[in-house]
Ligand binder design. Structure first.
Ligand SMILES: [Cu+2]
Length: 225
């Protein structure tokens, strides 16, 4: 009798669990396993409204920081070998992209696609400063291992300016045309939400952003001068 009762209970529990999963439509493609990750979405405002003239919204990077997100140890590697993880190009006397977020440990290829001489003058603080000539159609690579945000210029063309964000974790997003952003596939936990724009600097938006499995947190970001 005791056995029968426990069987009935476990069947009921099983049914309840199955019903819960079935009603979760967001992750329908993997209906048997509950989602183990969450997300955060929202919109970026500038001084409470639309981006003022001269502000490129897409150059806003939103990312997570937090003790629970210590980076996986990524091995030192020969930057010349294998695929580069990201490319910073020089095209039409402009850096492309203007802002490049990478993950600490990534190999970045600095490339000159122009037919004239440039150089890449990077002024990081945690990595060694570098100043390398890039003649037409040449490139060089660096592995960037330490989280920091630094500027690169070209000493020949003062208008050439760009930023590299070496981030601690892969959880980052670029704001879209209208300022919307979404960081997905985040393990549940409590994080800091940070936003960066070159004209506003690095701003801590939320000290305690709670990410729950299967849920989308919503945080509006208002960058203030
Ligand atoms: Cu140049």
């Amino acid at each position: 009798m005791k056995f029968r009762l426990s069987l009935a209970v476990s069947l009921a529990c099983g049914l309840a669990a199955a019903l819960t999963v079935a009603t979760s439509t967001t992750f329908a493609e993997d209906a048997l396993a509950p989602p183990a990750v969450g997300s955060v979405t929202g919109k970026v405002l500038f001084d409470g409204g639309k981006a003022p003239k001269g502000i490129e919204i897409k150059d806003t990077i939103v990312f997570l920081e937090g003790k629970s997100l210590e980076p996986a140890k990524r091995a030192k590697r020969d930057p010349a070998k294998g695929e580069a993880d990201a490319v910073m190009d020089q095209v039409d006397i402009t850096y492309d992209p203007h802002v490049l977020p990478v993950l600490a440990g990534d190999v970045v290829e600095f490339r000159n696609s122009d037919q004239i001489l440039h150089n890449v003058h990077g002024t990081p603080r945690r990595h060694d400063e570098f100043n390398r000539a890039t003649s037409a159609n040449t490139s060089f690579r660096l592995q960037l291992t330490k989280p920091e945000i630094f500027h690169i210029g070209c000493d020949i063309h003062s208008q050439m300016s760009a930023w590299v964000l070496v981030l601690r974790t892969p959880f980052h997003a670029r704001a879209g045309k209208r300022g919307t952003y979404a960081i997905k596939d985040i393990p549940p936990g409590t994080y800091k939400l940070v936003a960066w724009h070159e004209k506003y600097g690095k701003r801590e938006i939320s000290k305690e952003l709670v990410i729950e499995a299967g849920k989308a947190a919503s945080v509006q970001i208002d960058l203030q001068k």
